[in-house]
Ligand binder design. Sequence first.
Ligand SMILES: [Fe+2]
Length: 213
Amino acid sequence: MNEDSNPEIKRRISLLESHVGFKLDTILKHALKTRDSYTLEHSERVVLLAEQIGHHMGLTEHQMDILSLAAGFHDIGKIGIADQILLKPGKLSGDEYDDIKQHPIIGANMLRSLGNPVLEEVALCVLHHHEHWDGKGYPDGLQGDEIPTISRIIAVVDAYDAMTTTRSYRSEIEIKQALEIIRQERGKQFCPKAVAAILELCSQHPLKSQHCS
Ligand SMILES: [Fe+2]
């Protein structure tokens, strides 16, 4: 995705710069792109999809700002995961999966290290984007309303994008099938309100980040 030609990306970068005061967004995303270009592209799509869900759920302007930033940085901690695990094309072993599960903690610590109050909020949402509504997620096993709303939105959109885009070892599945899996996980893996929002939006038009307006 070209930052020079995408007004949405420009808007988010200027949003971050106004909060943080320097081009952290550009630096961190360049670092992630160097390690794993799929993760960067996935993160860009997650921002666009999450913003639609957040808007539909009636988030405040401040929450929308935090959502945009947290969605963009949700997997930034993957910078700290070894290449042989991060880029492994096949199924991960138990130990490898345990290593991958560190990425929300690594990402949150990276953001917190800057001592900025806005990034502190963003860090909390990044930390909890793999929690499950039923408490079976990670890193802290939070459940229900204990999980930040923004993390719950990112969780649904993260799964939707992962299921509807093609990676080297997994073919793209139909949007309907992805939505059915998300529907089945309502109240288990995913927040019921976030699931309702994505299903309502998709009943109007298929959610494809490259078609977002
Ligand atoms: Fe993640």
